[in-house]
Design a protein around this ligand. Structure first.
Ligand SMILES: Cc1cc2nc3c(=O)[nH]c(=O)nc-3n(C[C@H](O)[C@H](O)[C@H](O)COP(=O)(O)OP(=O)(O)OC[C@H]3O[C@@H](n4cnc5c(N)ncnc54)[C@H](O)[C@@H]3O)c2cc1C
Length: 341
């Protein structure tokens, strides 16, 4: 969907302007007014004013320096599987990591005693990472099985499944910030907790290293079981962001939404899934606003019926009105967690 009204450009286009400096960066693809819906798993949302795809670490560093010099916010997008992009799009820049960030490297026995390091670039898909571990007969990252993330997005969200979470297997992540050379930061210093991290402002994950060992065939069986369970319980045939809400302590968001009678509830083309109440699916022609209206309906109804304030796991990104964002997250959640830094 295109933006309803044209906006003033937040990155000026004069000769020595930031856009001019961005255009001068080697190995950087720039697209103006780039549609974002196709870059997210919800398939909704507007356009990015400027989409930047750095193909190398140097290009990314140069981009960060230009954006920092004008204090311009930006959004870094992984596979777009945990974001709800506003129908009005994103003013300013969206960064999508390019080729140099899509790699995997295995360093056998690097940790001693038969323990290996698997290093992957931030743009690598978790699905491909798991394929590599299958081929190399490695165990360690199966807790990410079925998560349609990139490595960078999985670190940022501390992604996980019923088999565990990324923090169980992450050794460290490589972080890039403006004017600071890429640094390997130990997992313990990333503030990883349930579907959260506390990466410093303007930090981009460029790679991650995982601890692996030789696979026990039983682990593979267990992973296949979990994947089959997911297939049978999740509406994977429709665009979504997976679970919309984090599970409250000791309970399940899906159960609370279900007992509140909201399964099947619909706004426009968005629907609270009949199959899994914590999923809001795009039945075909949903807008981001339809999805958000259902998110608010679930929050209000569950609060009224069960007294529990649900916390959305999905991140609102782009040009949502500030009061709408504030009404979506519990007090103290902080909008920077919504990914636009
Ligand atoms: C069908 C489906 C099933 C899912 N199942 C699960 C599940 O089982 N468990 C689970 O945890 N999640 C699940 N999710 C949600 C989602 O896959 C995770 O939250 C995932 O970690 C998001 O990764 P991404 O690459 O898509 O990130 P995006 O959605 O693109 O971005 C998410 C956040 O990470 C930031 N980010 C992305 N890349 C980087 C980077 N390189 N550096 C710094 N920040 C970055 C973004 O700015 C944004 O704030 C599911 C989603 C879908 C659609």
């Amino acid at each position: 969907m295109r933006r309803p009204t044209p906006k003033s450009t937040s990155i000026s286009a004069t000769a020595s302007s930031p856009i001019g400096r961005l255009r001068a960066i080697a190995d950087l693809a720039i697209e103006e007014d780039a549609p974002l819906a196709k870059m997210t798993t919800y398939k909704v949302g507007g356009h990015a004013e400027i989409l930047l795809v750095p193909a190398t670490v140097d290009a990314l560093q140069s981009v960060l320096v230009v954006l920092a010099s004008i204090d311009a916010p930006f959004l870094v997008l992984g596979n777009g599987s945990n974001v709800l992009v506003a129908d009005a799009g994103v003013s300013g820049c969206v960064i999508k990591l390019g080729d140099a960030f899509d790699y995997v490297r295995l360093d056998r026995d690097a940790l001693g005693e038969g323990r290996h390091i698997l290093e992957a670039g931030a743009a690598m898909s978790i699905t491909r990472l798991l394929r590599v571990t299958k081929r190399e007969k490695l165990a360690g990252v199966e807790c990410l099985g079925g998560v349609p993330a990139t490595v960078g997005g999985a670190v940022r969200m501390n992604a996980g499944t019923r088999l565990g979470e990324l923090s169980d297997c992450l050794v460290d992540a490589q972080i890039l910030r403006p004017h600071v050379a890429a640094q390997w930061v130990p997992a313990a210093d990333l503030g990883l907790s349930y579907r959260r991290s506390n990466l410093p402002p303007r930090a981009i994950v460029t790679a991650a290293r995982f601890a692996c060992s030789d696979a026990d065939p039983k682990m593979r069986e267990r992973l296949e079981e979990v994947l089959a369970y997911r297939k049978s319980t999740q509406p994977l045939h429709l665009p979504s962001c997976g679970s919309v809400f984090a599970n409250p302590e000791g309970d399940s968001a899906g159960r609370l939404i279900d007992v509140a009678g909201l399964k099947g509830e619909q706004v426009g083309g968005a629907q609270i899934s009949e199959q899994h109440a914590n999923w809001i699916v795009n039945t075909g022609d949903a807008t981001a606003s339809d999805v958000l209206a259902l998110i608010h309906r679930a929050i209000e109804t569950v609060q009224r019926e069960s007294g529990v304030r649900l916390r959305p796991e999905v991140q609102l990104v782009g040009d949502w009105p500030a009061d709408v964002v504030a009404a979506t997250y519990p007090p103290g959640h902080g909008h920077t967690e919504a990914g636009h830094v």
